[in-house]
Write a protein that binds this ligand. Structure first.
Ligand code: NAD
Ligand code: GLY
Length: 355
């Protein structure tokens, strides 16, 4: 088993990564405040993995709340529904909430945990590649607003993250590919050697070789843990994790949440940010081509919907959380393995890239 730690003083927590780990979910016992546990999951994940978790935690008083599947349910209505069910089952401040599912379940459950009676303990059990490499670690929790993604939320760290890589066996290929966008992101912004490793190990990743997946997921969590330990609340370094997200969120909002997967929008966003970097002579053309090629090789989209022009992107990006003093911040790669946050992108460069 790989064990990592997110170092945040008294809020530090471990990340456990291994195949078949759900069968050993009793390793969570030391992290439960009481034996009362409520699992939040959705109607797709519940039949697949709730029975395993229930069995492993059989000494606990365990209930479940099942929400509908889909990004379009990551909203205030579902938030209220979960809170109402917690109240109906007399959940208390020391009840532990467990998020069992992908990033939608994890983000929403984390926000409920941050808010219910001003905060209750929660645990992340991510079951998609995207949530295993990114959203379950670092404590960003949120729901969407019709005018913008993740507009209502809180920084709230879990007590522990349990990653069972076997759960990826049931994940649809399109969802697996979407997770690869966030994996590639780490290589582009932070770790050139990891980017090379991804290029070399594409076949083993696609074949879902157990050891390859364990290494890949662990390296992503390690990078994220390192960044979050330095900059938990995104006042600097953590912003690099948003590579491709400013453009990506605009695509998601314009297309309607759930039509483009988050990872697909991020993949296109990474290409657009890299294209901006190339136009500004920050990124060499051969490195740009390697980024595009790796993204394409995982069957991810590399161009925005044709009907989205500069004005359309700008309309959405105005609401972005990265707007500061009226200026949009972009994460732009300088080379494979390093990136910079800047608000100095000339309008004509953006117009060229987004037209
Ligand atoms: P998701 O949660 O919608 O899951 C994708 C699909 O896979 C869903 O249909 C889900 O029911 C299904 N599923 C989940 N696990 C499965 C399994 N093991 N087998 C079969 N099907 C399974 O999407 P996602 O890509 O996991 O997460 C996307 C969300 O994460 C977005 O809302 C995004 O904003 C958020 N996010 C948050 C952070 C963060 O730091 N908090 C980071 C990145 C993304
Ligand atoms: N996924 C971006 C972050 O956690 O900061």
């Amino acid at each position: 088993m790989t064990t990592l730690k997110v170092e945040l003083g008294e809020r530090s927590y471990p990340i456990f990564i291994q195949a078949h780990l759900l069968k050993q979910a009793d390793i969570l016992a030391p992290y439960l405040k009481t034996k009362t546990v409520v699992v939040v999951t959705n109607n797709v994940v519940e039949p697949l993995y709730f029975p395993l978790l229930e069995q492993a935690l059989k000494g606990c008083d365990i209930s479940k709340i099942v929400i509908p599947d889909g990004e379009e349910y990551k909203n205030l209505q579902t938030f209220e529904l979960v809170i109402s069910q917690l109240l109906a089952m007399s959940a208390a401040r020391d009840t532990t909430l467990i998020a069992l599912g992908g990033g939608v379940v994890g983000d929403l459950t984390g926000f409920v945990a941050a808010s219910f009676q001003r905060g209750m303990p929660f645990i992340q059990i991510p079951t998609t590649l995207l949530s295993q490499v990114d959203s379950s670690v670092g404590g960003k929790t949120a729901v969407n607003h019709p005018l913008g993604k993740n507009m209502i939320g809180a920084f709230y760290q879990p007590k522990v993250v349990l990653i069972d890589t076997t759960s990826l066996a049931t994940l649809p290929e399109r969802e697996f590919a979407a997770g690869m966008a966030e994996v590639i992101k780490y290589g582009v912004i932070y770790d050139a050697a990891f980017f090379n490793w991804l290029e070399t190990n594409q076949a083993a990743i696609k074949a879902k070789d157990t050891d390859t997946l364990q290494y890949m997921i662990a390296r992503c969590c390690e990078i994220k843990a390192e960044i979050v330990a330095i900059d938990e609340r995104e006042s600097g370094l953590r912003a690099l994790l948003n590579l491709g997200h400013t453009f990506g969120h605009a695509i998601e909002a314009e297309q309607g949440y759930g039509n483009w997967l988050h990872g697909e929008a991020v993949a296109t966003g990474i290409v657009l940010a890299s294209s901006v970097a190339t136009k500004m002579n920050w990124l060499q053309a051969p490195e740009f081509r390697r980024i595009v090629e790796l993204i394409e090789n995982f069957n991810l989209p590399t161009s925005a919907p044709v009907e989205m022009d500069y004005d359309c992107f700008m309309r959405h990006m105005r609401h972005d959380k990265k707007v500061q003093a009226g200026k949009l911040n972009f994460v732009i790669p300088n080379q494979i393995g390093a990136a910079t946050v800047t608000n100095q992108i000339p309008e004509e460069v953006l117009r060229t890239v987004l037209s």
